[in-house]
Design a protein around this ligand. Structure first.
Ligand SMILES: [Fe+2]
Length: 383
């Protein structure tokens, strides 16, 4: 009776009463041994949090679960985009989770009016799960797609074929969309397909392509795809593999008419080359049995972006003996065996293949699978 009265009053004074819903997500970002970031989008302004439980056969409802709030500097974020980083996880451990949001109807002075709740379902389906990375894992598997350019059908087929090999993770090596114009377009072009197929429970690690740098919404990339710090180049490790994820920027000179004076990628790549030179001398890099470099634009070809990757990144990488470099951008499958100019192999994937790697401390087996699910080539690299 009391609730009905409150709804009646809310209707009378014009407060919104409609239910809040999760528009996109949740999806995993930046999964590592001790941490993960969980991101989701609601259809109205809200606060948000994650409830976490270790794996087990007990009901998710059996006890109060630990809550991790979406905050910035101690203040809960009032937003439609929620991103919560959990930092105190154990390696090689399965966790169950659900995400929660509560609508914020108004905020005036220090008075906040809250609305409905929404949460992921743990009642009529299993809670969502993820497993933290494990440096001691003997063999890890990754799958990589690139240059999807909003073609969800092609993406779905490639994900389906690669999922048969049960990858620990996906790598999105750039140009997943042709530009970033608004939130809906990012999810319509590829991100919703990832969420539907795997991304609530298996992470994707995203390397920005040149096309993600385009469009009026391009500077929002970081709000949706986190790297664990404020740059879009980063590293992580799973099993024996240390991944170095580079951001190769645009493909033409910064002064090109296409960029309308908005970009400064030559300096950005200088700054990144400095970072890279620190990374390749770090203990984490040196001690990892296998090192894989991921860059959208390859260090081959004669466009400005390719030349920059060659002059700035390859000069550092040549001296640091990675095992493989994975690229995209060319919409063509090209394999460069190790030689003097590239003392490690470079595999440039086309837009219509998925690459699956099975990697141990002593070998990398790379399967190249086309849209029909046929393994069209296998590359074996022994240490
Ligand atoms: Fe590209």
């Amino acid at each position: 009776m009391k609730k009905q009265l409150l709804i009646f009053i809310a209707l009378l004074i014009g407060l919104p009463t409609q239910a809040i819903s999760i528009k996109y997500g949740p999806y995993l970002q930046n999964l590592d041994t001790n941490s993960v970031t969980i991101t989701w989008i609601t259809d109205s302004t809200s606060i948000g949090w994650v409830e976490l439980a270790e794996d087990g056969s007990d009901s998710f409802y059996s006890t109060v679960r630990q809550q991790y709030h979406d905050t910035q500097d101690g203040i809960k974020n009032t937003s439609t985009i929620h991103s919560v980083t959990l930092n105190d996880l154990s390696p090689n451990t399965v966790y169950r989770y659900r995400v929660y949001s509560q609508a914020v109807l108004s905020h005036e002075g220090n008075r906040v009016m809250y609305g409905d709740y929404v949460a992921t379902n743990v009642y009529s389906r299993e809670p969502l799960r993820f497993k933290t990375n494990n440096h001691d894992k003997e063999t890890m598997r990754f799958a990589m797609i690139n240059d999807i350019h909003g073609d969800n059908q092609r993406m779905e087929r490639l994900i389906n074929h690669s999922s048969l090999m049960e990858p620990d993770m996906y790598i999105f090596n750039g140009d997943m969309a042709s530009s970033f114009e608004n939130e809906e377009q990012i999810f319509d072009d590829f991100a919703q397909t990832a969420i539907t197929m795997f991304a609530s429970e298996i992470p994707f690690y995203y390397v920005r392509g040149n096309h993600e740098t385009r469009g009026t919404y391009a500077s929002h990339f970081h709000q949706y795809f986190t790297t664990g710090h404020d740059k879009l180049y980063y590293t992580f490790r799973q099993g024996p593999v240390f991944f170095v994820m580079l951001d190769s920027g645009e493909d033409k000179p910064d002064s090109d008419i296409e960029y309308y004076g908005l970009v400064d990628y030559d300096n950005y790549r200088n700054e990144q080359a400095q970072w890279l030179s620190h990374i390749v001398t770090s203990e984490e890099y040196i001690n990892a049995p296998i090192k894989v470099i991921v860059s959208h634009i390859p260090p081959t070809g004669d466009w400005h972006g390719n030349i920059e990757v060659k002059n700035k990144f390859m000069e550092v990488l040549k001296l640091s003996a990675p095992d493989l470099m994975l690229c995209g951008h060319e919409h063509e499958l090209i394999y460069h065996e190790a030689k003097e100019s590239n003392p490690f192999p470079i595999l440039i994937n086309s837009h219509d293949n998925v690459i699956v790697g099975k990697v141990s401390a002593t070998s990398l087996i790379i399967y190249i699978i086309d849209v029909n699910g046929t393994i069209i080539d296998t590359i074996i690299l022994n240490k």
